[in-house]
Ligand binder design. Structure first.
Ligand code: COA
Length: 390
């Protein structure tokens, strides 16, 4: 039985800041951000969007009533959880009106969370072939104003339906994964901002890729020429390129050119969104699938997932016949073009707006947010969500 990605949805907040303007404001050369880091625009989440609403908005347009009936497992990968106890997935389960006879959990391992969710989903479908699983990956990357990580922030969500006989990509059997205790990036429970050793995280990402790719080759017997493209977790678009570069001399020039050209296409969405942590790898996949019009069915795509701390995995999928018919390309193009630019000072104001931490109630103005699902406030220590079209 084939198991894999049946549907894939994406959502990002409607605001962004231009990286050229951010660079000028931070007194660095714009090319550092646009070439050195590889980012053009950075999605900015208004206070009315959190990981619950981002993920719910990403899932909203891909789920049919039939999917909701079949989905009996909702797995939410995030490192921007809104509660220490309650899974963010449960809010989404309610907001989307899903089948109550379902399991719902949140999983965490930095940017690796959605990959863990996919692997759990794969096991669940293997045991329950007629079920479907909703996998969500949503995050708001916050390093802080005027920090070196600032240029690698972002916000957004990916939603995927994992099922038997998937319409987009079947997952292959072989996979290689690695865990090591590394303090390259973490966020203590008392902190709104991530702490990061940027240089160490770059080194660890590449070292994980190198070790895992070696193990994967051993397990699968495959080599670079067997891949049409490799998608990477993209904390910023230059990062995956740095990792890819380390293995290119294993293969002939023709394969090198193909992988480099497809890598570039896979970074197009992230370049305009920024880091969405758990969803980043899948945003790269989506960018490749939606933006490379002649990507043939039957192509093998490699996926490298890295979650600081650290866990990494390399796994693969095969594109299914007519997979393009099941993508929401037009909707995603509209999402990008309908966004509004904010100035650096507006972005700084939005960044500074946070929910009260002392239990005070607050009502938020959701009229300014075009998203269908928004955070409307806090009352009695409880988040208040609204679904405008319900
Ligand atoms: N034109 C072109 N490139 C330029 C440039 C210019 N004018 N000025 C600088 N650069 C290049 C640098 O050479 C460097 O390239 P390299 O990495 O290929 O050597 C790149 O821009 C970044 O410059 P650097 O000085 O290393 O930036 P930084 O110290 O501000 O930090 C990060 C960059 C990515 C480490 C930092 O943003 C960060 O910590 N991000 C969060 C952690 C993260 O994303 N980790 C990734 C693994 S999960």
């Amino acid at each position: 039985m084939d198991i894999g990605i049946d549907k894939i949805g994406f959502y990002a907040p409607h605001l962004y800041v231009d990286m050229n303007k951010l660079a000028v404001s931070r007194e660095v050369e714009p090319e550092k951000f646009t070439i050195g880091i590889g980012q053009e625009k950075m999605a900015v989440a208004p206070i009315t969007q959190d990981t619950v609403t981002l993920a719910a908005n990403a899932a909203l347009d891909i789920l049919t009533e039939a999917d909701k009936e079949k989905i009996d497992f909702v797995i939410f990968g995030t490192e921007t959880g809104v509660d220490h106890s309650k899974s963010a997935g449960v809010y989404i389960h309610h907001l989307l009106g899903m089948n109550p006879w379902a399991r719902t959990v949140e999983v965490k391992q930095a940017c690796y969370g959605a990959t863990a969710a996919i692997q759990m989903a794969k096991g669940h479908i293997a045991l329950n072939p007629s079920s479907k699983v909703l996998v969500l990956g949503a995050d708001i990357a916050r390093y802080g104003l005027k920090t070196s990580g600032e240029a690698t922030q972002g916000a957004g969500a990916i939603a995927m339906v994992i099922s038997a006989e998937p319409k987009i990509m079947k997952l292959e059997e072989h996979s290689a994964y690695l865990t090591a205790d590394v303090m390259d990036f973490w966020r203590p429970v008392y902190s709104e901002m991530a702490l990061v050793d940027g240089k160490l995280s770059n080194e660890q990402y590449i070292s994980f890729f190198s070790k895992i790719w070696g193990k994967y080759k051993e397990k699968s017997g495959l080599a670079l020429q067997d891949f049409e493209a490799i998608c990477y977790h993209l904390p910023y678009t230059k990062m995956g390129y740095k990792a890819l570069k380390t293995v290119l001399d294993e293969t002939a020039e023709e394969t090198q050119e193909r992988l480099l050209s497809n890598y570039k296409i896979s970074t197009q969405y992230s370049r305009n969104i920024g880091n969405i942590y758990t969803g980043s790898l899948y945003l790269a996949l989506l960018s490749l699938l939606e933006q490379k019009e002649d990507l043939a069915a039957g192509s093998r795509i490699g996926l490298f997932s890295y979650g600081s701390g650290a866990v990494g995995e390399f796994f693969t999928g095969i594109l299914q016949p007519n997979y393009r018919n099941y993508l929401n390309t037009r909707q995603h193009t509209e999402l990008f073009s309908a966004r509004t630019e904010v100035s650096v000072s507006e972005y700084e104001q939005i960044f500074a707006e946070t929910l009260p931490k002392d239990g005070t109630s607050i009502e938020l103005d959701t009229d300014q947010d075009p998203a269908k699902i928004c955070l409307a406030g806090m009352k009695d220590h409880m988040r208040q969500y609204i679904h405008k079209t319900k």
